[in-house]
Write a protein that binds this ligand. Sequence first.
Ligand SMILES: NC(=O)c1ccc[n+]([C@@H]2O[C@H](COP(=O)([O-])OP(=O)(O)OC[C@H]3O[C@@H](n4cnc5c(N)ncnc54)[C@H](O)[C@@H]3O)[C@@H](O)[C@H]2O)c1
Length: 379
Amino acid sequence: MSAPPVRFGVIGVGGMGASHAGFLAEMPETRLVAVADIDSGRAASVARATGCEAEADYQQLLARSDIEAVIIATPHPLHAEMTRAAATRGIHVLSEKPLAASVAAADAMIEACRAHGVMLGTVFQQRTEPSRRAMQEMIARGELGALVRVSLSVTLYRPQSYYDSAPWRGTWRGEGGGILMQAAHALDQLVWLGGMPARVQALTLTRLHQIETENTAIAILDYGGGKAGWFTISTADTLGGERLEISGDRGALVWENDRLRHFEVPKPMSEHLPSAPWMFESLGGWWREVETAAAVSNDPQSYREIVRAFARAVRSGDASAMLATGEDGLRSLELANAIALAGRCGGAVELPLDRARYEAMSQGLCGDSIAEGFGSQSC
Ligand SMILES: NC(=O)c1ccc[n+]([C@@H]2O[C@H](COP(=O)([O-])OP(=O)(O)OC[C@H]3O[C@@H](n4cnc5c(N)ncnc54)[C@H](O)[C@@H]3O)[C@@H](O)[C@H]2O)c1
């Protein structure tokens, strides 16, 4: 007999939350019980469309005795407080990305869920894409050997109207940062596939958009032991798309806009490089297309897979059933915060990130507008 569906609530039913509500109402593994939003008209309309109840606020939703788990899809600075409130009532939390606005807030979410014995997951639906899974499996099997370089370039082009669509977008108080908060998926891919750097240096800037936060970041990643990389992301760049290169001792992978290619070499670089007799001798190698199932980038199916895995973890009590945990959300956010700090303050920033130093910087930027004279003293 199959397990009974997990009874969910959704907090925040704007763009993302309304989609989650629809999935939860349809899937056999889940049941949508109620939604809450400070916009009561929006909550009522989603409740009507999905056949669930609308609660006046999130506290009332959490106070219901029939909710086992919530999806939190409000602006990210609200995720931590809502997670703490849910965990305190023994309710499992699947949080939208980024997990929170700052790594200290994400630490508190993880601690609250641990203390109350509930699951904490992150909506990293890109992890379900077949070509990205293939990369992760090839790296885990050692097909590339020890990694030497990880490079990722992403453009999420957005016109000004995107930032004008909601007052919280592109502000420090409302979003806890700019493109680096939108970079959650990209940074998750970097960490999931390439590991966590030991230190970062960065340039962050704002071009063309009328916003408070950065819309462009370029970072140098130092993993130690000769492994290094770079990361660039922008919402104001003519060249769109995404390109990821991962290079190892025994080969390399290039993922570009859903196409995955594997470069194989006849001999590991660590053997060829010290011993090749001719000074210009090439390492050689050949390209191979890696065939995977069709890409499902941001397909509804990818969100369903994340939710289904989370529901399985709740029913089984086994956190390893999740495709992305709270700790995974933390790592992506920690890298985002480190790059923001390096961009603002200059110099190299070590990981694990100094939480107090990051809080001092971000709080200095969370005034009604960017604090006058904010400068190196807060770095
Ligand atoms: N996984 C993804 O690919 C993906 C895509 C888009 C957005 N997101 C994330 O989802 C979250 C929401 O983004 P969105 O684009 O849906 O934003 P949105 O502005 O469309 O929706 C946010 C909703 O939260 C509600 N809200 C605000 N404060 C609230 C409160 N105190 N209590 C209850 N409801 C409240 C708002 O009224 C609104 O309906 C963000 O963290 C965002 O980063 C994730």
